[in-house]
Ligand binder design. Structure first.
Ligand code: BTN
Length: 249
């Protein structure tokens, strides 16, 4: 198998505002190859989804951004990048623990707790993706969380062990690389099937909330554009973009 993440394409920095912001700036200023990785031991302005901050104690966790150039992906299929990253992270985590799932669109859970978050910022050129900056925050050695994040967990809390970040980085990149080549080899169907299988709350009755209030339903899948599909009690299928629906219980 060819390599995407070559050792000499890993940029290690002690402290940055945000690895995603740094990677986006690199794309503006230089011409980084696909497979460039930015890793920071500490982020002063780590960004989460929406306007949230990403909590990560200095030197304890993996906070990385991967620069990809997936020009084989059509613009309308851009959710495939989300699927490949979240599946790569969950494949990696499954080597340590059970009950790993992906809370749509790309939070990585162990049981009911969040162990990793993904922030993807990408741009389109013509009909295809030109670059993706895939930010991953993976809680590795942190033992206590102080922000308002509702349900954080780390590998350390789960397994009572400390991990070497460099070793974990290599394992994580290898897992993501596998999924990347799976997609490149036109095995998008397998990727999608595996993503669906891994979805948190898939095919189980739960309570959700949208702009009209709470309702019960089952997650039955995702649309071709990556929207969440929930079948409600009237057997109607409701389709949501990110942040249009919350998971209640
Ligand atoms: C989320 O779940 O809200 C997404 C969190 C993404 C955090 C990572 S840490 C590395 C990269 N740089 C950032 O500023 N954010 C992402």
């Amino acid at each position: 198998m060819p390599n995407l993440f070559l050792p000499d394409r890993i940029i290690r920095v002690n402290q940055l505002d945000s690895t995603n912001s740094y990677a986006l700036q690199l794309l503006k200023d230089t011409n980084p190859s696909g497979g460039t990785v930015v890793m920071a031991l500490n982020q002063t302005e780590g960004r989460g989804q929406q306007t949230n901050a990403w909590e990560s104690e200095s030197g304890k966790n993996l906070t990385i951004s991967l620069i990809l150039r997936p020009d084989f992906i059509f613009a309308q299929d851009q959710f495939q990048v989300s699927m490949l990253i979240s599946l790569g992270v969950s494949d990696y985590l499954k080597t340590y623990t059970e009950n790993v799932s992906i809370k749509w669109p790309n939070d990585i859970y162990v049981g009911d707790k969040k162990i990793a978050g993904v922030l993807i910022e990408q741009s389109i050129m013509g009909a295809h993706l030109s670059h993706s900056v895939c930010g991953i925050g993976l809680n590795v050695n942190q033992e206590e969380f102080t922000s308002h994040a509702p349900n954080p967990i780390s590998l350390n809390i789960l397994t009572k062990k400390n991990y070497q970040l460099e070793t974990e980085l290599k394992k994580l990149l290898a897992a993501i690389e596998k999924r990347y080549f799976q997609l490149m080899d036109k095995d998008g169907k397998k990727l999608e099937a595996d993503y669906l299988k891994s979805l948190y709350w898939i095919n189980k009755k739960h309570t959700f909330e949208d702009e009209n209030g709470k309702f019960n339903g089952n997650i039955i899948g995702i649309s071709e554009f990556g929207q969440l599909q929930i079948e409600d009690n009237k057997r109607e299928i409701r389709t949501y973009n990110f942040k249009e629906v919350s998971f209640i219980k």
